[in-house]
Design a binder for this molecule. Structure first.
Ligand code: ADP
Ligand code: MG
Length: 327
């Protein structure tokens, strides 16, 4: 199964950012409202994700690191099939197969915390007592220490960290109710508190994306035909310098979608005669039955039941909002 894990890991663990995404999503699944992320050397040397979620009980600790389902791969030919499975139930197993991993956790109402360690193929089976408040800390060291061929594909510390930071930004933007701290080489890069009020949300977006974004941003808020759009779009004065600041969330999950970008750009161009990419942070909410966000677990694809309706709603909403503020 360890060989299988290494193959599966190749599909999804390409760089530290992928690991951060999986571990933070696990923390969110555990109901945490405080998540701390520490990275060293772009996350290649160390990643530590600490949460205050419901934790993992002693008996479940080794289980969390093992594959839930029987491995479906027996030969390399099955790789493609694995790709479509992505990380489902296999994140920790995959990550631990290419790193030195320590998992420490104290479950809700438990008296003690426990720790389990895994290193590449060799899992240390013993579970040892540890000191930890309620919640979980996962420490991952020396990414690809046992697969030098894969290590070669890692980029510079700066590049790896920027991917990692981008991942954290998206997660922090998608969950206003959770506090996030990101440190790199001991330095605090982002620290945002849980936000409940609108003003706090606005502050969080500005803090994470760019302090000057809100100075020229148009606030969007509209509900129609069961669709709700909320967020901010930057005017050209700001957008000109921020070609890639585009964040779109569907029911709280970050999404990259051609139809969405097309609708936004078209409204932007129509009203502002501006060809460049607009900067935006927008949140669309709709009946989950009308959208499939699981087209691919690791890509950010989405499939709307009624793409036309969504496109028109986005276009009209932005068109009106931008026309209202056109100088
Ligand atoms: P999945 O999230 O798809 O179930 P993972 O490999 O990511 O698979 O995690 C395995 C299991 O370990 C989870 O189902 C969960 O029970 C437990 N787990 C992982 N991380 C945490 C965490 N931060 N807090 C509580 N439980 C966790
Ligand atoms: Mg998971």
């Amino acid at each position: 199964p360890r060989l299988a894990n290494q193959i599966a890991a190749g599909e999804v663990v390409e760089r530290p950012a992928n690991i951060v995404k999986e571990l933070v999503e696990n923390a969110l699944d555990a109901g945490a409202d405080r998540i701390e992320i520490d990275a060293e050397q772009g996350g290649v040397k160390l990643l530590r994700i600490r949460d205050n979620g419901h934790g993992i009980g002693k008996d479940d600790l080794p289980l969390a690191l093992s594959r839930h389902a029987t491995s479906k791969i027996t030969t390399l030919d099955d790789l493609e099939a694995v790709g479509s499975l992505g990380f489902r139930g296999e994140a920790l197993a995959s990550i631990s197969s290419v790193t030195r991993l320590t998992l420490t956790s104290r479950a809700e109402q438990a008296e003690e915390a426990w720790q389990v360690t895994a290193e590449g193929r060799d899992m240390v089976a013993s579970v040892a007592p540890a000191a930890h408040p309620q919640g979980t800390t996962i420490e991952v060291r020396d990414l690809f220490f046992n697969t030098p061929a894969r290590r070669k594909f890692l980029r510079t510390e700066k590049t790896e960290f920027s991917h990692l930071e981008e991942t954290v930004k998206r997660l922090a933007l998608s969950r206003y109710d959770v506090g996030f701290t990101l440190r790199h080489n001991g330095k605090v890069i982002h620290a945002v508190r849980p936000a409940s009020r609108d003003i706090d949300r606005e502050k969080r977006v500005a803090q994470l994306l760019n302090p000057t974004f809100m100075d020229s941003a148009v606030h969007i808020e509209r509900e129609a035909a069961g669709l709700t759009l909320q967020g901010w779009v930057g005017l050209p004065t700001f957008s000109r310098s921020q070609a890639d600041m585009q964040y779109f969330f569907v029911n709280g999950r970050v999404v990259r979608d051609k139809l969405v970008v097309h609708a936004i750009k078209q409204a932007y161009r129509d009203v502002l005669y501006h060809g460049r990419h607009p900067a935006f942070a927008l949140y669309l909410w709709l009946d989950p039955k009308l959208v499939d966000v699981n087209v691919h677990p690791t890509k950010h694809e989405v499939r709307f039941r009624d793409g036309r309706l969504v496109h028109d709603f986005l276009f009209r909403t932005l068109h009106k909002a931008l026309a209202d503020v056109r100088p």
